[in-house]
Design a protein around this ligand. Structure first.
Ligand code: DQA
Length: 147
């Protein structure tokens, strides 16, 4: 089984984007750590980032056809706006964990609502880049992979 990690808009800027909010690790570093962690458990992990809603929807639809069994997603700003991405995840019926680097509940009110959370197996927010690793640890355990 494969795992797909999806990153939404502006997460390509991690490292320089508001480091006091999102930390100093780059997206490339975060992805490399996740790929290595999954590989150690004998699992293939792919990553995808886009600033475009339609591209993110297309990637989710393709994931189901490629044999991906689980998604870890940070929808970024689309968390709070995208019915299309929520419908894509519901449509492909792949289980997923929602991750946010920042604690969205400690921030502006418009960040408190997520279109994804009620469909997610779980939500991790506010733990920085470690949140992705914790999500992956959960998914590998659930898959029965050797961790
Ligand atoms: C984010 C939180 C969102 O509100 C924001 O729009 C992002 C990143 C996070 O990881 O903390 O782009 O998803």
């Amino acid at each position: 089984m494969q795992i797909l990690v999806i990153h939404g808009p502006n997460l390509n800027l991690l490292g320089t984007r508001e480091p006091e909010v999102y930390g100093s690790r780059t997206l490339a570093q975060i992805d490399a750590d996740l790929i290595e962690m999954a590989a150690k458990a004998g699992v293939t992990l792919k990553t995808f980032q886009s600033n475009h809603e339609g591209a993110l929807v297309d990637r989710m639809q393709a994931a189901a056809q490629e044999g991906c069994g689980y998604i870890i997603i940070n929808p970024a700003a689309y968390t709070h706006t995208s019915v299309a991405m929520r419908d894509a995840l519901a449509g492909v019926a792949l289980p997923f964990v929602e991750v946010h680097l920042s604690n969205v509940h400690k921030r502006e009110a418009f960040r408190h609502h997520s279109y994804f959370s009620e469909l997610a197996d779980g939500v991790i927010c506010g733990l920085g880049a470690q949140g992705y690793a914790l999500a992956l640890q959960y998914v590998l355990g659930r898959m029965g992979a050797a961790t």
